[in-house]
Ligand binder design. Structure first.
Ligand code: PEP
Ligand code: MN
Length: 355
């Protein structure tokens, strides 16, 4: 199902990259919301985010201030002129948010992972024209992410965007949620007109990763950034370690280098034709390798040998991995490539043997 999209068309927000949405993980108190929003507005941020209902991994944590906080959001809008955004996970949240004049809704990562919940949200949004940003599901499943966008689009909402917030993993090392950039890149390839935001706060999980992740997202041509910012991050009631002050956030944003996406220079097209040449070469060599494999298949058939000779396979993987590393490539990458090549070679030999 193709998405039928329209531009986000956020009133008063310039088209240029990045569109920035910033604010605390959670609305905690009226004072915290107002202080944070005013500081952000003074630094040129035009869209304020705050979680009103918070999905927490375990019970007992701060689960959001609830509807009371919506009045604070309204105050932000009235006093700073910022647009206001919050997360919705149930039809009730949608109803309350729309009643309060929330300008942008987002669907959280845990909700995107649940088609029943997304469908209920979509049904509750029927006939409403509000921008909705859909975070990736917690698990690295592009189809699930696209499926959620399709459900909301199916309800008639056309101003949609995606938020890349990284993917859960059992071993948390550098990142809180692994970026797996190839997934949002594939989303861009599949739905080029869909704006993509990066959430460096939930990917990184720590303050020092916010700046490099924002830059990486810009280098990849993302359209926007949604970042957590708190007037007193250390005292935040949720996600304290990943929130930065409005001051730091504006410093980070000012240092970003924004490269033009469609700026094709002479030298770039020259380099691209070199890439085309390399790829043609790779295909030719692969085709030659497969021809040889088929000959080996014929030999094995005539001599009644098994296709898979494990010793030889391991030798190839080890040798190629080491060769690749010598040429400046990751041994793991080279191993993966040769695993794929080997799989196809075996398939080709099977064809010969079963003829
Ligand atoms: C959030 O944005 O505060 C949030 C809960 O994010 P996610 O759904 O990405 O975990
Ligand atoms: Mn958060």
């Amino acid at each position: 199902m193709e998405l039928e999209l329209q531009p986000l068309a956020l009133p008063g927000i310039p088209q240029e990259r990045p569109i920035v949405i910033a604010g605390p993980c959670s609305a905690e108190t009226e004072e915290q919301v107002m202080n944070t929003a005013t500081s952000l507005a003074n630094r040129g941020i035009k869209i304020f985010r705050a979680g009103i209902w918070k999905p927490r991994t375990k019970p007992g944590g701060f689960e959001g201030i609830g509807v009371e906080g919506l009045a604070w959001m309204q105050r932000v809008k009235a006093e700073t002129g910022m647009l206001i955004a919050t997360e919705v996970a149930t039809p009730k949240h949608v109803e309350e948010s729309l009643k309060a004049g929330i300008d942008i809704l987002w669907v959280g990562a845990r909700t995107t992972a649940n088609p029943f919940a997304v469908q209920e949200l979509a049904d509750s949004l029927k006939g409403v024209d509000v921008p909705v940003l859909v975070k990736n599901p917690v698990n690295p499943d592009l189809e699930l992410w696209i499926g959620a966008l399709q459900r909301i689009n199916g309800a008639g909402l056309k101003r949609l965007g995606a938020i890349h917030r990284g993917f859960s993993s059992y071993d948390k090392k550098i990142y809180r949620n692994l970026p797996q950039w190839h997934i949002p890149i594939e989303l861009r390839r599949r739905i080029p007109e869909l704006p993509i935001f990066c959430d460096p706060s939930h990917i990184g999980g720590k303050r020092e990763l916010v700046a490099p992740l924002c830059q990486q997202a810009m280098d990849l041509g993302f359209d926007g950034i949604i970042a957590e910012s708190h007037c007193n991050p250390d005292a935040a009631w949720s996600d304290a370690s990943q929130q930065v002050t409005p001051d730091i956030l504006s410093y980070i944003l000012n240092l970003l280098v924004i490269r033009k996406e469609k700026h094709t220079t002479e030298s770039l097209s020259e380099l691209r034709s070199q890439i085309d040449e390399c790829d043609n070469g790779i295909i030719e060599v692969l085709a030659k390798r497969m021809r040889v494999c088929r000959e080996i298949g014929t030999f094995k058939k005539e001599h009644n040998m098994t296709i898979l000779q494990t010793g030889r396979y391991n030798e190839i993987l080890d040798k190629r991995g080491a060769q690749g590393a010598l040429c400046g490539m990751g041994a793991e990458f080279v191993k993966k490539v040769f695993e794929a090549i080997h799989e196809e070679s075996v398939r080709q030999q099977m064809e010969i043997i079963n003829k």
